[in-house]
Design a binder for this molecule. Structure first.
Ligand code: HPA
Ligand code: ZN
Length: 336
């Protein structure tokens, strides 16, 4: 019998919480800085990695937005996403729904077309090369205002047929979901799905607001919902998927130790939890590293459930989900 971590690594899976800018490895950061003639405040790859010690979300965001400054051209976005998809394919990721932060780029003068066309090119290549399908999720930066979010949605107009959903990320505390109620309502009217980061650092009330005010289809993180049993029951009853990110939670001090991570309690509470890498270049690992980190707390059936939830919580159509679940069942049977 294979050990649980190896079993988990081979599971067919979807990744539903991945910031493409957070997959920028230091090596590529240096290569793009050179190609684009951009100065970066680090002398070496080792120095960059040594700077990745965070005590909270804001600590990380400050360095993450600085790193993104090397991304300038359509080709940069293609190279960034291609590197991620190649890495994800090696972790048996069959489908990925990736976040991008247009405002991080358009506010620096990078055209929306360069960002989106660059990502779409990599997505087409990943499907051709690996059979790895993907979708785009356009995130609004919540530390900026609602008007800027509306302007971003308008600027993305020509590509909305190739965008699956809108999301909400960046500094959570002090920027509650209700700040974006109207732009999320507009996105919903346009036929887009809705997701939001909530309950990473923010209180359970922010999770409830994301449900009631933003009308989300999926909850990103959601850890602090665990403080409110009624909210947990509501999330479980509605089958809401949670995109949980264990190594991110550890690096951003959302949990003190990996063995104190709530993933097991989430599954026992009947939550549709999934495992994801969030910002793998910054948090010490891709999706299988996250599975490896939590595998000691879980049973074989839990690991299968996490992979199953990743397809059930995706925005794939029913036929595609059924195909992936059949593949998952076949893998489990082959490793009984
Ligand atoms: N939380 C909020 N914003 C983010 C994150 C995160 O984990 N990663 C990238 N932007
Ligand atoms: Zn995130």
């Amino acid at each position: 019998m294979i050990d649980p971590a190896t079993f988990a690594a081979g599971l067919p899976k979807a990744e539903l919480h991945l910031h493409i800018e957070g997959s920028l490895e230091p090596e590529l950061m240096f290569a793009l800085a050179k190609r684009n003639g951009v100065a970066i405040p680090f002398a070496s790859v080792e120095e960059v990695r040594a700077a990745y010690e965070f005590s909270n979300l804001q600590d990380f965001l400050d360095i993450y937005y600085r790193g993104a400054d090397v991304l300038r051209t359509e080709r940069d976005f293609t190279d960034l996403a291609t590197a991620y998809f190649n890495r994800a394919a090696a972790d048996t990721v069959r489908h990925a729904e990736i976040f991008f932060d247009p405002q991080t780029h358009t506010d620096r003068g990078v055209p929306m077309a360069a960002v989106i066309e660059g990502l779409l090119a990599a997505m087409a290549q990943a499907e051709a090369a690996h059979g790895l399908t993907s979708r785009l999720i356009l995130c609004f930066l919540r530390h900026l205002d609602e008007e800027a979010a509306f302007a971003t949605l308008t600027a993305a107009g020509p590509w909305l047929d190739r965008i699956a959903a809108v999301g909400l990320d960046s500094s959570e505390v002090g920027n509650p979901p209700e700040k974006f109620a109207r732009v999320f309502a507009r996105a919903g009217d346009m036929g887009l799905r809705r997701v939001a980061h909530a309950g990473e650092e923010g209180p359970p009330a922010y999770v409830a607001q994301a449900l009631d005010t933003l009308r989300i289809d999926r909850l990103d993180h959601g850890n602090r919902a665990m403080e409110d049993p009624l909210l947990v029951a509501r999330l479980a009853r509605s089958g809401m998927a949670l995109t949980v990110c264990p190594l991110s939670n550890l690096k951003l001090c959302v949990v003190d130790r990996i063995d104190a991570h709530p993933i097991r309690a989430m599954l026992r509470a009947g939550l549709r939890a999934t495992i994801n890498s969030d910002d793998p270049a910054y948090f010490g690992g891709y999706v299988n590293d996250n599975f490896r980190a939590i595998a000691p707390q879980l049973t074989r059936d839990d690991l299968i459930a996490l992979a199953r939830n990743s397809f059930l919580g995706s925005f794939l159509d029913d036929a595609a989900v059924a195909d992936h679940l059949a593949g998952l069942d076949a893998y489990a049977a082959a490793h009984a």
